[in-house]
Design a protein around this ligand. Structure first.
Ligand code: CTP
Length: 402
């Protein structure tokens, strides 16, 4: 199964320089299993050719509102789609869509879209994006119910360093938003989910720290999957070795105490807490103010306990909050995990043995999920993305019953 199998995307491309990125998006969606119907506006054809999109999607490309044999394309194409995406959306296209124009195939298709979700991905110079007329047009599209992404800040095609947002988001981010719009409503839709990920660092002196090998992959997979399922997600992230996901709000932390403070703050109103992080359990008792010099003997290392975040934030959880912990063990995996589940009053604990292909740094994981109800579910070795979905299915089941 590919993630977009069985889904049809109508991709509208308008005349902006970022149209080249839409070719990458069309390819990415097609490879992921989607059937992509591309509609080009007249000005888009000045930037990219129909043949490029035809080759990438293996489907005919559409660019005429009025053409023999295609009189009803503007009705047929949006009806067949599960989602309509306009990327890039220029200031001119946004103005025409906001005014309800229907003078080309793309705008006419939008009017015939019915309840098919529409994602608009703006791309323009930062000063144009900031113009009150554009702001008003975007506001109008949002009132109509279109999902309008905020552009990125960064280098613009004009090679001016944009001082404000305007740049089209990357195809990977657009793809994540499409996946969210394609997801059917579920018990997680609109729920507030807090996920912690990665290691923490405990300073020894101004240039050294103690930490562990956690990459943050499992936590990031969970945060992404929960967001894709429509949840409002806060990711409390230590220093990660992977990219931050599209969607979740990120709180950056360094030490275990920082993570405890951030989790406490994020827990206000939260429905779910998933502690996938590997916070340091010990910290140097003293942090040297200056770099520790080599000297004649190795310095002694006195250690102190850090805060146990699950225990210390218990009072900040609202009643009914579903709490999931992780347990990475090297021996007696189930017994140790069950003891942690009880001690930390968890609903679920996800246990794994440190082994080749599972745990810190790997893209795959082999876990056993233990429930407060006594259940034990052993999952096969699979990608962390699939493990995340299996965990969220269990969380959804518990939320459903509360
Ligand atoms: N955890 C936590 N605060 C800590 C350490 C761990 O909240 N200071 C959380 C982890 O995020 C995980 C669960 O507690 O969800 C279990 O973590 P683990 O390190 O396996 O357990 P510990 O309680 O630290 O026990 P031990 O290290 O002795 O196995």
């Amino acid at each position: 199964m590919r993630p977009f199998d069985g889904h049809r995307v109508l991709l509208g491309v308008t005349g902006g320089i970022a149209a080249y990125k839409s070719a990458a998006l069309a390819r990415d969606l097609t490879v992921a299993g989607a059937e992509v119907d591309v509609v080009l506006t007249r000005s888009a054809r000045e930037f990219v050719g129909a043949i490029t999109f035809e080759a990438l999607t293996s489907r005919p490309v559409h660019d005429q509102l009025i053409a023999t044999g295609h009189a009803l394309d503007h009705i047929r194409l949006p009806r067949a789609a599960h989602v309509i995406v306009v990327a890039p959306a220029t200031a001119d296209f946004i103005a025409r869509a906001a005014a309800g124009r229907a003078d080309d195939l793309l705008t006419a298709s939008l009017l015939a879209a019915g309840d098919v979700p529409v994602l608009v991905v703006p791309s323009m110079n930062d000063r144009m994006w900031a113009h009150p007329q554009v702001r008003a047009n975007v506001q109008r599209l949002r009132e109509i119910g279109y999902h309008v992404l905020e552009p990125d800040t960064g280098a613009l095609a004009s090679r001016e360093e944009g001082s404000g947002p305007g740049r089209m988001p990357e195809p990977s981010a657009i793809r994540a938003h499409i996946a969210r719009l394609l997801e059917p409503a579920s018990v997680l839709t609109g729920k507030r989910v807090v996920v912690s990920a990665g290691p923490t660092r405990e300073a020894l002196d101004p240039v050294r720290f103690l930490s562990n090998h956690s990459s943050g992959k499992m936590g990031v997979a969970l945060a992404s999957a929960a967001w894709r399922r429509g949840a409002d997600v806060t990711l409390v992230a230590g220093p990660l070795a992977v990219e931050f996901p599209t969607g979740p709000r990120v709180m950056h932390v360094e030490t275990t105490q920082d993570m405890a403070d951030a989790v406490r703050q994020a827990l206000a109103g939260a429905d779910v807490l998933i502690m996938a992080a590997a916070p340091a359990d010990f910290r140097p008792d003293q942090v040297a103010a200056q770099k520790i010099k080599k000297g004649d003997a190795a310095p002694p290392l006195a250690m102190a306990f850090t805060t146990d975040i699950l225990q210390a934030t218990r009072d900040a959880r609202r009643p009914g909050c579903v709490v999931v912990g992780f347990a990475l063990e090297t021996e007696q995996v189930e017994a140790h995990a069950r003891a942690k589940l009880e001690k930390k009053e968890l609903d679920l604990i996800v246990a794994n043995r440190a082994e080749e292909g599972a745990g810190f740094g790997f893209d795959t994981n082999r876990v056993t999920i233990l429930g407060r109800d006594g259940s034990i579910t052993e999952l096969p070795l699979q990608s962390k993305v699939d493990v995340a979905d299996a965990i969220l299915d269990r969380v959804a089941g518990i939320l459903d019953g509360r």
